[in-house]
Design a protein around this ligand. Sequence first.
Ligand SMILES: [Zn+2]
Length: 98
Amino acid sequence: MAKSKCFYCDGLVFEIQTVEILDCAHQHCFIQCTKCGMPVGAVESYNIGQLLSKQSERDAIFRASTHDRLLSIERAFRRIEQALLKRSSLPIDGEAGL
Ligand SMILES: [Zn+2]
């Protein structure tokens, strides 16, 4: 089997190193030569706990927003219902004099 080597120093051993990339949503790791530090690849590194926490926050905001919208719709229906009930209790035109 062919063995990978660093194109810069011919090193044969590699390590994974977490790196911070500005304005990048996900953390990345470089696969780099242990001898000279030359990166030979990069992979995304997911912090599943952090991702779940962020998703949970988004879900909570969505639920609260949905709940507020449902309450608003419910209040609007109540107003419509009350207006219809009020209207139905009024005498129909022409029947008042009977
Ligand atoms: Zn190297």
